[in-house]
Design a protein. Sequence first.
Length: 203
Amino acid sequence: MSSTTSNPVMLYTEQTPNPESLKFVTNKMLYRGTADFRERPLAEEWSPLATALFDFPYVKGVYICNNFVTITKELNYKWEDLMMKLKEYIKGYVEEDKEILKEGFAEAMAEKEKEEGVGYEYTGDEAELVIKIKDLIDTYVKPAVEVDGGNIEFKSFKDGIVTVILQGSCSGCPSSTVTLKSGIEGMLRRMVPEVKEVVSEMG
């Protein structure tokens, strides 16, 4: 045991636009990047924290990004019954400095993206458009979505259609369709006239 006293872990919750998702925010960096776990097997492979959270019968999804964890619950439970238990559990876990994510996760996900064709090579004018679209999403959309405990990733651009992947609280959120259509699609169509439509896939 080390005798150094570490800073106490502070933890508070924030509502997200998705009634089934709640954001648990800490004062510690948990993971620089985004890690989205919809199913237990992926969690078991990469994230001891997400695996432990899946042990709770009401946890349906775990999304870890920067200093917060967004938990999506099963429909037939109420947050007021679960919130304190989850808060205490995450706080204790972080305080004990247990492993959040295993080394190599980002690289493995990048590899998987490559295999699934997310980053397939664009050429010429299309490549320039894709760079512009990705840049707009990263600059304007991601920060706003992150505040709500979610994430959005560019997937592909083909025949004027931009496909994005929704993660964290954005996945399955009733208002994400509105955000997607009125906000993101509107902005991209204004800034990149070649874009006709934005569609989403769940991460």
